[in-house]
Design a protein around this ligand. Structure first.
Ligand SMILES: NC(=O)c1ccc[n+]([C@@H]2O[C@H](COP(=O)([O-])OP(=O)(O)OC[C@H]3O[C@@H](n4cnc5c(N)ncnc54)[C@H](OP(=O)(O)O)[C@@H]3O)[C@@H](O)[C@H]2O)c1
Length: 360
């Protein structure tokens, strides 16, 4: 397979490139060369894709079997790239997000999505992702839309699992949110990449919620795996949601990977994943994700020739805090959730049921 990755140097794109190389595919990656470089064996095209002429020049007249786009900014940029590749690639995969669903109404791929305009230049994260989906599908009607949930694994540049590993490695009493047997739902970035490439290989199309089944792991298993991986003497102190809310702990940002089970966040980690499983998503054990992420954080790999600014020790430690979460689409999403959290807390104080999700 001849694969073009639009991106490829940070987190998801990086995993896609690695997986494609491992499959013996011929890989081209287009990016600016700012956040990093791709490994040996990848053909790099350097261009700022926000300038259509630069994109077109870099793409030349080449053709590919499949394209993967990880774009998370203005939909018009994703739309432009898809148009530039029409007739020159057979299959198209877009790394989208579960954020495209109308808040509180997500059950499965048939759930209502937010409005998105393929030509928008700005907007809230859900609309950006949806607009990009629309732009891609307009040009590639059979495109595969990987609506990923929470993504964890080596090279994570948001600082969620790295935050927990870093905190737990410091030892002592560590606040553990909610209840240990609370089901968690996420996808290891390498499992996402593998699923995406297999899907493109067999011509899979349409939208798929790419995330583990709810309960593939629990909050307790995630945090215990962090204790084991770091060899820490950390003592996990489980605090209930009322205590956390009273203390002002912000779900998702102050305490990554956690949201309250009740109120507006109810159902947040409980999407139906039937289609993902049917189309071949295999999720590795949480311990493997945690160990490999810790190994990446503590190994010399991040200082290697292909290390990126987002993967550097300075960056990941700096971003293991809410204040560090300011840069990319993941942070926009976090900000979106923060806004909702404020409403959740107000609701909790009033004992209100307003804004509850399905079953909440
Ligand atoms: N993290 C989560 O939990 C989560 C959940 C759901 C969905 N998602 C989605 O997962 C995706 C994550 O992707 P990623 O950032 O990890 O992908 P990536 O492909 O590894 O990194 C982004 C790439 O875009 C390139 N790029 C940025 N601006 C560019 C420009 N103007 N022109 C050309 N290239 C440019 C970057 O390189 P240069 O900077 O060097 O150009 C980099 O190679 C996003 O779409 C996000 O919405 C994430």
């Amino acid at each position: 397979m001849r694969l073009l990755v639009l991106g490829g140097t940070r987190f998801v794109g990086r995993a896609v490139v690695a997986e494609a190389l491992a499959r013996g595919w011929e890989v081209t990656a287009l990016h600016r060369g700012i956040t990093g470089r791709t490994p040996a064996g990848v053909r790099e095209l350097l261009a700022d894709r926000t300038t259509p002429a630069a994109l077109s020049d870099a793409l030349g007249s080449e053709t590919w079997d499949a394209v993967v786009d990880t774009w998370s900014g203005a939909p018009c940029v994703a739309t432009e790239a898809a148009r530039a590749l029409v007739g020159r690639a057979d299959r198209f995969g877009y790394v989208s997000s579960g954020s495209v669903y109308v808040w509180g109404e997500h059950v499965d791929e048939g759930s209502p999505v937010v409005d998105g305009d393929a030509h928008d230049v700005d907007g809230p994260y859900p609309a950006l992702k949806r607009g990009a989906e629309v732009g891609v599908v307009e040009t590639f009607p059979g495109a595969l839309l990987a609506r990923a949930g929470l993504i964890l694994g080596p090279w994570e540049d948001i600082g969620r699992l790295p935050w927990w590993l870093d905190r737990i490695a410091h030892g002592g009493r560590v606040v553990a949110p909610g209840r240990p047997d609370r089901p968690l739902q996420y996808v290891d970035v390498r499992d996402l990449a593998s699923w995406l490439l297999s899907g493109l290989d067999v011509g899979l199309g349409g939208a798929v919620d790419v995330v583990s089944r709810s309960g593939h792991a629990t909050t307790g298993e995630l945090l215990e795996a962090c204790v084991a991986a770091t060899g820490s003497d950390a003592d996990l102190v489980w605090l209930d949601e009322a205590t956390l809310a009273a203390a002002g702990a912000e779900p998702w940002t102050h305490l990554p990977c956690w949201v309250p089970e009740s109120g507006e966040f109810a159902g947040f980690l409980e999407a139906d994943t039937t289609r993902a499983a049917r189309t071949g998503l295999v999720c590795r054990p949480v311990a493997e994700t945690v160990v490999d992420t810790w190994q990446w954080m503590t190994s010399d790999r991040r200082r290697g020739p292909t290390a990126t600014s987002t993967g550097s020790p300075q960056m990941w430690s700096g971003r293991c805090s809410p204040a560090g979460e300011q840069r990319d689409a993941g942070e926009v999403r976090a900000a979106h959730h923060r806004t909702r959290y404020v409403k959740w807390r107000r609701g909790a104080r009033r004992g209100s049921t307003a804004g509850r999700r399905r079953g909440g």
